[in-house]
Design a protein around this ligand. Sequence first.
Ligand SMILES: *[C@@H]1O[C@H](CO)[C@@H](O)[C@H](O)[C@H]1NC(C)=O
Ligand SMILES: *[C@@H]1O[C@H](CO)[C@@H](O)[C@H](O)[C@H]1NC(C)=O
Ligand SMILES: *[C@@H]1O[C@H](CO)[C@@H](O)[C@H](O)[C@H]1NC(C)=O
Ligand SMILES: *[C@@H]1O[C@H](CO)[C@@H](O)[C@H](O)[C@H]1NC(C)=O
Length: 413
Amino acid sequence: MPMDFRHHSPILLFSASLFFTAAFSLGINYGQIANNLPHPEAVVPLVKSIGATRVKLYDADPRVLKAFANTGVEFIVGLGNEDLARMRDPKQAQAWVKTNVQRYLPATNITSIAVGNEVLTFNDSTLSTNLLPAMESVHSALVSLNLDKQVMVTTAHNLGILEVSYPPSAGAFRRDLTQKLSCILDFHSKVGSPFLINAYPFFAYKANPKQVSLDFVLFETGSGMVDPASGLHYDNMFYAQVDAAHSAVEKLGYKNVCLQISETGWPSKGDADEFGATPENARKYNGNLMKLIADKKGTPMRPNSDLNIYVFALFNENEKPGPTSERNFGLFKPDGTPVYNLGFNTTGLISTNTSSSAGSSGGTTSSGSSPAGTGTSSNGYLSITADDAERLPSQWSLSFLCLIVSTVLAFQL
Ligand SMILES: *[C@@H]1O[C@H](CO)[C@@H](O)[C@H](O)[C@H]1NC(C)=O
Ligand SMILES: *[C@@H]1O[C@H](CO)[C@@H](O)[C@H](O)[C@H]1NC(C)=O
Ligand SMILES: *[C@@H]1O[C@H](CO)[C@@H](O)[C@H](O)[C@H]1NC(C)=O
Ligand SMILES: *[C@@H]1O[C@H](CO)[C@@H](O)[C@H](O)[C@H]1NC(C)=O
C-alpha cells in the first residue's frame, strides 16, 4: 500500500516555504547535464516550493549563483575533477576562489566548496593523488582571503570507498584507499569540515532485486534487521549504509568528523533490467526520506547527528550518459512539473522558459552529476534483507571476511 506521508506530516502538504524553513531543512542537488532546463531565475521559486534551503552544484555556474542572490539559500559549489591538478598551485587556487566564490559573497550564501566529485572511486591514481593537495590549497586560498570561517572545504565520495558495508558496525574502507582517506579525515578534523558520502540504496536493490527487500530500501514500515555486533535495529537500508560509513570513519580514529549525505535519491524510470526504477518507488523513497528529514531523525549509531541530506536531484537531466535511470533521478521535469506527486504544490511556478545555453557543468561528465560516477552500480552498496538479518548472527559472527562489498550477497530466502 502506498504510504502517504502527508497524513503524518501535514506541514509537508503545502508549498508554503515559510513553513518549511522552520521545520525542515532540505538540500537538493542541482545538476545541469541537460539542454532543456529552465533559466536559473525560474528555478528559484521551484527550489523554494519544495522547502529546500540548501542547494549543491557540480560547478560554480555564475547564472545560478547570481539568480539565487539574496534568497537565503545556502550553496555548495563544485570544483571539477579536471581542475584538481592545477589547484596545487596556490595562485590558481586563489584565482579560482576569487572568481567562483568570493565574487558572489555575501549576497549568495556559498558555505562549502566540494573539491572534486567521487574522485577516489575512479581508481585514477593521478586524480586521487591530487585530491588532498587540491583541498588543502583551496583551503589555504580561503584563509588568505579571510573566508575560511564561512566557507568549508570538502569532497564528495561514492559509497564504493567502503570495502565492508554489512553489518553497519563492520563498515570499513577499501584497504587500498585507507591511507588517503586517513589523511583526508585528518584534514576534515583540522579544518572542521564534514565528510561527504553519496548513498544510493537503489543500486543495492537494482543489483539484487530478488534478495533485497523493497520495503527495506524504500523506508516502508515492517521491515528491518538487527546488527548482530551492535544490537542496533535498522529499519531501512539508507541508515545501514550511512552507519557503515560511520563505522569506517570511526575505525580510523576520526569519530569527531561529521558525516553528511551529499547525494541520495531514486530514479523514476530505468531500462528493463533496472528493477525498481518507477515513479511510485521514487515517490515512496523521496517522500519517506523527506519525512525522516522533517522528523530530524539521526541514524541508530548517531541518533543526534544531522545528516544534512542533499536529495539527487532537482531535474531529470537528458544529456547524462549511462543507463536510462541516470537521466531520471529528478523530482522535476525540465518544464518544472513534478515527475511524481510528492505533495508539493508547484502549480504555475515555472513557465516553459528554457534557456538555450546548457549549464556550465555540461560536458564535464567526469565531475558532473553523480551517480554516473564510477560505473558499476552495485559497487559499494550492501545488499541485505530483513529475512537475511534474522539468519545473520550465526553467519556473521564467524567472520566478516565474506562481507567484501564487491561480492554480491545472495542469501537463500
Ligand atoms: C549563510 O549560511 C550560514 C550557515 O547556515 C549561516 O550561519 C549564515 O548566517 C548565512 N549567511 C547569510 C548572509 O545568510
Ligand atoms: C496551488 O497553487 C496554485 C497557484 O498558487 C493555486 O492556484 C492552487 O489553488 C494551489 N492548489 C492547492 C491544492 O493548494
Ligand atoms: C526567460 O527567463 C529569463 C530570466 O527570467 C528572461 O530574461 C527571459 O526574457 C525569458 N524568456 C522568455 C522567452 O520568456
Ligand atoms: C576500482 O577498484 C576497486 C577495487 O579494486 C574495484 O572494486 C572497482 O570496481 C574499481 N572501480 C572502477 C570504476 O574501476
